[in-house]
Design a protein around this ligand. Structure first.
Ligand SMILES: NC(=O)c1ccc[n+]([C@@H]2O[C@H](COP(=O)([O-])OP(=O)(O)OC[C@H]3O[C@@H](n4cnc5c(N)ncnc54)[C@H](O)[C@@H]3O)[C@@H](O)[C@H]2O)c1
Length: 439
């Protein structure tokens, strides 16, 4: 089993700049949450880096430190936030508009939130049909726009006196794009940027600018973005960590909790029907069929991979899986997700499970953004590069090496994540074999 020396992790000296693409519901809830925790008026519930522990050695050793004590993660006090958006609203105004957090709480955080003003976005309405805004960069072509971003990032880093940066895409879901030949190599990608090729979406321009600037990148939406050979190679060549796609919250989180349980007990599945109503801006964007298609692809793959119909045809062959998202303004960010699950047991007898999850999307997504920012920075300081599969835990549609199927089971993902942390600090990996206790 691989063991490495923890001495290889560089200490987190100085300030960590967290660059967020999109200053919407998720990112403002994340920033406001960090500010609330710093002020001592909120708890970082849902964040593994802040509240999680990790068992080390044998169960009888009683070594269970907090993850943040076990690893040299950046402190919340050392985080600085920057963002791009097509709207000019400060983080305070955007948070008020998103309506996720209570106005009273936001007023207490007004000072730091009002200081965060979004930089002009790289945006093209062809990729997000339902939005239009004025806080947008202009440039002769997509390559020039990337150059503007690169200069802006360097300036921002200097101005904010940061020693390190990470970038996270939490902007709107773009239309569904398939891999295109221009995505194959960096040369063809750059040429396509210069030619304003349609296959280059704004999210790819941000990712390119990040990787060119030596910044690790995480993709919180289901867009293709860094999941193309040209950018994967750029990350590898520049020793940068990347991960994605699509934050695992709400209904898909529930799916990846329940489906492994059904499979563990060899219970069959005839069908899983999922529908959602939500009324935030994300819901409005996803009301456009082309953006929804990107989301649908991301949500649909989960069950196939967990249940493995090809391995268990008697239990999972041809189950029906339907996912719907309906834009319903009165709900705002407080989504309601219904699941009807048709399962069968002994001798094929049918049963049903109904789930009605009254969830708050951004409340579930904010701790993911925090953990990804801290873990990406850690990965960077630990010399890890390319796709970070151990961060699959946070994604609906985890990015993996080409040809490797993704692991969707949230419990396996957590084990993978914690074993990676043990590995980074030269601790024994935990297999859960347990025979040693009975020798
Ligand atoms: N909330 C969740 O639980 C969750 C889960 C998984 C994925 N996501 C994804 O995260 C993203 C953000 O979600 P949200 O609820 O905050 O949405 P939101 O609509 O509130 O915020 C997105 C923001 O991105 C901005 N934007 C769009 N294109 C941009 C561009 N090219 N450059 C800069 N800014 C741009 C929009 O103006 C908007 O303010 C969405 O893609 C969503 O699908 C959210």
């Amino acid at each position: 089993m691989p063991v490495r020396k923890d001495a290889e992790i560089i200490a987190p000296k100085g300030r960590l700049g967290v660059l967020l693409v999109g200053l919407g519901a998720v990112t403002t809830t994340f920033i406001a949450g960090v500010e609330a925790v710093k002020k001592g008026i909120g708890q970082p519930v849902g964040s593994l880096t802040q509240m999680g522990t990790i068992r080390l050695g044998k169960r009888t050793d009683n070594r269970v430190p907090l993850i943040k004590d076990f690893l040299p993660l950046a402190n919340l006090e050392d985080l600085v936030f920057g963002a791009w958006d097509i709207f000019e609203d400060s983080a305070y105004e955007a948070a008020m508009h998103a309506g996720v957090l209570e106005k009273d709480l936001l007023q207490q955080l007004r000072g730091p939130l009002q200081k965060i003003k979004p930089m002009k976005a790289v945006f093209d309405q062809n990729y997000v049909k339902r939005l239009s805004g004025t806080n947008v960069k202009t440039g002769a072509n997509k390559f020039k726009l990337a150059e503007q971003l690169i200069d802006e990032i360097a300036e921002w880093k200097k101005k904010n006196r940061c020693s390190r940066l990470v970038m996270i895409w939490a902007a709107s879901t773009e239309i569904f794009l398939k891999p295109h030949p221009v995505h194959k190599t960096l040369e063809s990608f750059e040429k396509a940027m210069r030619e304003n090729h349609r296959a280059i979406a704004p999210s790819m321009i941000y990712a390119y600018a990040a990787l060119k600037s030596g910044i690790p990148f995480a993709n919180g939406a289901p867009n293709l973005t860094v999941d193309i050979p040209a950018l994967r190679k750029l990350a590898e060549d520049n020793n940068l960590a990347i991960c994605g796609k699509d934050f695992k919250t709400g209904q898909t989180l529930m799916k990846t909790i329940i489906a492994p349980g059904l499979k563990a007990r060899m219970l069959g599945l005839n069908g899983w029907y999922s529908t959602n109503i939500l009324g935030n801006r994300d819901g409005e964007v996803l009301d456009d069929p082309e953006s929804f298609k990107t989301k649908e692809e991301s949500k649909l793959s989960v069950l196939e991979y967990i249940l493995q119909p090809e391995v268990y045809p008697d239990l999972y062959k041809d189950f029906s899986h339907v996912v719907r998202i309906n834009y319903y303004p009165p709900r705002g960010d407080n989504k309601e997700g219904w699941d009807n699950i048709d399962i069968f047991g002994w001798l094929g007898y049918p049963m049903q499970i109904k789930i009605d999850f009254l969830c708050r999307d951004s409340i579930l997504a904010a701790p993911i953004v925090l953990d990804l920012a801290l873990f990406l920075d850690l990965a960077q300081r630990a010399g890890m590069k390319g796709i970070q599969e151990w961060l699959s835990f946070y994604f609906k549609s985890p990015q993996t090496a080409p040809g490797l199927y993704p692991e969707h089971d949230v419990f396996i993902q957590l084990m993978k994540l914690k074993n990676t942390l043990r590995y980074l600090r030269g601790e024994d990996l935990i297999t859960h074999l347990g025979l040693e206790y009975y020798d």
